[in-house]
Write a protein that binds this ligand. Structure first.
Ligand SMILES: NC(=O)c1ccc[n+]([C@@H]2O[C@H](COP(=O)([O-])OP(=O)(O)OC[C@H]3O[C@@H](n4cnc5c(N)ncnc54)[C@H](OP(=O)(O)O)[C@@H]3O)[C@@H](O)[C@H]2O)c1
Length: 291
């Protein structure tokens, strides 16, 4: 069992929005715990680090550079973590995400696919060996994995990884988060590991940078998508709770929806085993990482 008095949490994209508030909550549980803010901009990460240290009273908040849109950066993060931090990880929260962006990444891939899925795929699979036996991998997805209107049809990973696909790329990347989570849970179980993997949907949060908009627009959107509204407060509380309650119930292979800490059901398409395996195998090929 993990030493409850000194745990380590890593949160990607922890300098703003859901990642920042979840990291703050985790740092506030116990000042013996360490929270690593894994961010692409070290300047922003340092501001978040000081903010969390002063509001939580926990000095064990570290900032480390991680750009999920670059495989070299992800590998560099893992190498630095192994060399300098040397602490087993209790929970790895894959939170960072974008909805669009530049034409292609330094690896020649679609930026939404690489940032939201492939970067996290490499991060998690290469850090599994650094996790505690009861460690948790939590992937932040979205209920936009099942967008309103026309249903998604799985186009295959090679197509999703190619730059320039546009419109529904965010929804597909959030579907990838679910395929990854469910397949990781299956593979960990099959390997006899007690590390758990689960997915979390925070709901529509107009308070973060991601969906920032003028207040009246936010109000209209919340009315239109009333069944999809979340709140930064409730969702960060639920996500932090899932991360730090490792000894309570087995959450592996489950999907959690906003503040409710009981498993929910994701879209029918997200349970397609063939697609999950295809994504996993192609992600290994694209990244050169093998589980
Ligand atoms: N807000 C919503 O309505 C909503 C709804 C459902 C799901 N979500 C999910 O919630 C998660 C958090 O989003 P948020 O709402 O908190 O938005 P946010 O405030 O924009 O936070 C996103 C975080 O991801 C980081 N990030 C972006 N690209 C990165 C990269 N290449 N490498 C490392 N970090 C990167 C951002 O860093 P920078 O500050 O440097 O850009 C930022 O820290 C996302 O996965 C999103 O898909 C959000």
């Amino acid at each position: 069992m993990t030493d409850i008095q000194s745990r380590t949490f890593i949160v990607t994209g922890a300098n703003s929005g859901l990642g920042l508030e979840t990291a703050r909550r985790l740092a506030s549980v116990s000042s013996r715990d360490t929270v690593v803010l894994a961010c692409r901009d070290l300047g922003k990460a340092a501001v978040a680090q000081r903010d969390i240290q002063s509001t939580s009273g926990n000095v064990n908040v570290a900032a480390m550079e991680l750009d999920l849109s670059s495989l070299a950066s992800v590998r560099g993060f893992v190498a630095r973590y192994r060399e300098t931090v040397l602490r087993p990880i209790d929970a790895l929260i894959c939170n960072a995400g974008i909805s669009g962006g530049s034409r292609q990444t330094v690896d020649g891939l679609d930026p939404v696919f690489e940032t939201n899925h492939l970067g996290h795929f490499v991060l998690v699979t290469t850090l599994l060996g650094e996790m505690t036996p009861t460690g948790r991998v939590l992937s932040v997805t979205s209920d936009m994995h099942e967008p309103p209107g026309r249903k998604l049809v799985w186009p295959g990973t090679e197509a999703l990884a190619s730059p320039g696909r546009g419109a529904r790329q965010y929804s597909y990347s959030k579907l990838c988060n679910l395929y990854f989570t469910y397949e990781l849970a299956r593979r960990l179980r099959a390997a006899g590991s007690s590390i758990q993997a689960a997915a979390f949907n925070p709901g529509l949060m107009t308070e973060t940078n991601f969906a920032s908009m003028p207040r009246p627009v936010g109000a209209v959107l919340k009315r239109i998508f009333s069944t999809r509204v979340g709140s930064l407060d409730a969702s960060s509380a639920a996500l932090a709770r899932l991360a730090e309650s490792a000894d309570e119930v087995d959450i592996s292979g489950q999907y959690f929806d906003r503040g409710a800490l009981v498993p929910a059901r994701s879209s029918d398409l997200s349970y397609d085993l063939g697609n999950a395996i295809e994504l996993w195998d192609a992600s290994e090929r694209l990244s050169g990482v093998c589980f």
